[in-house]
Design a protein around this ligand. Structure first.
Ligand code: CA
Length: 226
């Protein structure tokens, strides 16, 4: 797992990160709330271990801001020396997923973190969604407005790029790099794949989603929408 540990107490921080690393995990540390929030927003972590009492920005406020800016984001386990029901409720209300009271055993922390990571939105949300288009990456299943679509492998690969970037534009060069390692057979080949993709996705009666950005590439968005 990739773990972000935000803890201002030097000994607790060193011991905890050492134990987690010894168990085979990758650990980044932050020593205060402000730098912790920046790391949490920038990085792709499976789980956060967050101390409640932190300089600059306390754990509750950090958690609130993280949830406000990243929605679901990674699961958060809160560490605290306090152990009252109010503290727990406050932590959960701020968006924490679990709670551990100091002092704790590293073994228990590990088990809790593993359970959290399994429930993590990152592990489950292998489905890309743009408008009424859904692509389940695990099952390689694509649906538009609830109706299943049939796409070939190239079509699926293109769709994945477009959906991941949406509503931003994906350039033809980017697509060619992904599909053919940069060696596009001919520009008309990509165009014909896009044509097939558009035919499958933008069927009659539905708002067109596949947009051509002339001279640049393609994007997925409702016409006129962002
Ligand atoms: Ca502290």
């Amino acid at each position: 797992m990739r773990i972000l540990l935000i803890e201002d107490h030097a000994t607790v921080r060193a011991n905890t990160s050492e134990q987690l690393e010894r168990a085979g995990h990758e650990v980044d540390v932050a020593v205060d709330g402000r730098s912790g929030l920046l790391l949490a927003l920038a990085g792709a972590y499976d789980v956060l271990v967050l101390d409640l009492g932190l300089p600059h920005l306390d754990g509750l406020e950090l958690c609130r801001r993280l949830r406000a800016q990243r929605g679901a984001g990674p699961p958060v386990l809160m560490l605290t020396a306090r152990d009252t029901l109010d503290d727990k409720l406050e932590g959960f209300a701020a968006g924490a997923d679990d709670y551990l009271v100091k002092p704790f055993e590293a073994a228990e922390l590990l088990v809790r973190l593993q359970a959290l990571a399994r429930r993590s939105p990152r592990a489950e949300s292998e489905t890309l969604v743009v408008d009424d288009l859904r692509y389940d990456l695990g099952a390689l299943r694509v649906e538009r407005a609830g109706r299943p679509l049939t796409l070939n492998r190239v079509g699926l690969r293109i769709l994945r790029e477009l959906m991941t970037a949406a509503p931003r534009v994906v350039t033809r060069e980017q697509l060619e790099r992904v599909l053919w390692d940069g060696f596009s057979p001919e520009s008309s080949v990509l165009r014909s794949h896009i044509y097939a993709l558009r035919k499958a996705i933008d069927t009659e009666g539905l708002a067109p989603l596949v947009q051509t950005v002339r001279g640049i590439g393609y994007r997925l968005a409702r016409e006129g929408g962002a």
